[in-house]
Design a binder for this molecule. Structure first.
Ligand code: UT7
Length: 361
């Protein structure tokens, strides 16, 4: 924590982010823990702001066609991916995550010192320990917040969102940042055409807080099948993502379809009630197959895998931010979220999008 007496003046990072304290400051002035009173009845957790950040460096499909036995035509036809962003060699992920969080807070009209808890979902923290979340809290100036990393692979954002909603609804936190941040380029085997073309880096964040909401962040359906763990993994020695693509594809469609159906049932809704279906962006064919099985029409699909590739747990908040920019998300919209990843772990949930303009104090 930052000691006001020894903290440096705010500095601006290469990405334009203002950092409000020194990493090496003496830990003498701990901020007071926030009061955690139960919410008044009738309040529920909702989404109030969204932010996204992508690295500068763009890697198009031709990059791989120049180096591997592949082509832009194959990649687009089989995955829908046209381009992706990668961090530069040695570039840290935390500032990118912080940029997404700062944008989400601005969008929600909240300041960093109101944040009680920071959840960063990631499989690629900058260091083994500490995790990414404490560094993100420091970079954005959320000095009173607690902070934790969640690793649930590509389903991480939904697991984080579920935890954030639970914290808010039990009164254990008032304002929670959930940020999916990934640097999958670090785990990509650039020699393997079967996986090299699939992954991208990026960060997306949402602000979860309490409001008088009809739906908010409704209860999620989360699942896990550890028997399938060897179909998609990266181990400590190799540190590269290995995948049985066809099998993972099959499971991804089945689990996301099943979980979304269960989430709709649990919410008392039908597919026709949905304004948008935002699935994990691994492959446009997977998203379209799941949508076909659910009966969601194409115009209600959020797809940005063409621009960012598979960014694991960052993919859903990045897709939400893109969908809003594209005019697909209006305040009050009913949205189904679904994700699937290594573990296998998966989840789905029905949320309302910025259902109210205000956040309860
Ligand atoms: O984020 C976590 C969840 N991840 C996913 O959901 C990913 C799931 N899997 C997929 O998206 C797809 O399975 C892939 C995109 C990975 C592969 O697409 P596919 O249509 O399932 O292809 P495939 O693995 O069945 O391979 C078909 C052919 C093979 O050649 P042969 O054996 O038919 O001669 C592959 O060797 O395509 C070949 N291939 C390629 N060819 C050109 C595989 N990768 C490439 C490539 N360029 N990059």
């Amino acid at each position: 924590m930052i000691d006001a007496a020894t903290a440096t003046e705010p500095t601006t990072t290469a990405r334009g982010l203002r950092i409000t304290g020194a990493a090496t400051a003496t830990p003498t002035a701990l901020p007071r823990a926030r009061s955690r009173r139960p919410l008044p009845r009738g309040l529920t957790a909702g989404l109030f702001g969204v932010g996204a950040a992508l690295p500068e460096r763009e890697i198009d499909n031709q990059h791989f066609a120049d180096r591997l036995d592949t082509s832009d035509e194959w990649i687009v036809r089989r995955t829908g991916i046209r381009t992706r962003r990668w961090l530069a060699e040695g570039e840290p992920l935390a500032p990118l995550a912080a940029e997404a969080c700062v944008a989400a807070l601005a969008d929600a009209g909240r300041s960093a010192d109101e944040v009680d808890h920071v959840i960063v979902t990631t499989i690629t923290p900058d260091r083994v320990t500490p995790g990414l979340a404490p560094e993100v809290a420091r970079l954005i100036g959320a000095h009173g917040a607690s902070a934790v990393d969640v690793n649930a692979a590509c389903a991480g954002f939904l697991y984080g969102l579920d935890q954030a909603a639970a914290l808010v609804e039990t009164g254990r936190a008032r304002v929670v940042l959930v940020c999916g941040a990934e640097a999958l380029s670090r785990l990509t085997d650039t020699e393997d055409r079967g996986t090299a073309v699939l992954f991208g880096d990026g960060a997306g964040a949402v602000v979860v807080a309490a409001g008088e909401l009809d739906r908010g962040v409704a209860r999620f359906v989360l699942g896990c099948d550890p028997e399938q763990g060897d179909l998609l993994y990266a181990d400590n020695e190799d540190r590269k993502l290995r995948m049985e693509g066809r099998e993972v594809y099959r499971h991804a469609v089945a689990r996301m379809t099943e979980a979304t159906t269960q989430a709709l049932e649990a919410s008392g809704l039908g597919v026709d009630d949905l304004d948008l279906f935002v699935a994990h962006q691994a492959n446009s064919r997977i998203i379209e197959s799941a949508a076909n099985e659910l009966g969601v029409p194409h115009e209600k699909l959020a797809i940005n895998v063409d621009r960012v590739a598979n960014t694991s747990s960052a993919s859903i908040p990045l897709a939400l931010a893109q969908a809003e920019r594209d005019g697909l998300l209006q305040p009050g919209a009913t949205v189904a979220l679904a994700a699937f990843g290594a573990g296998f772990v998966w989840g789905a949930g029905i949320v309302s999008w910025k259902e109210r303009q205000y956040v309860c104090a």
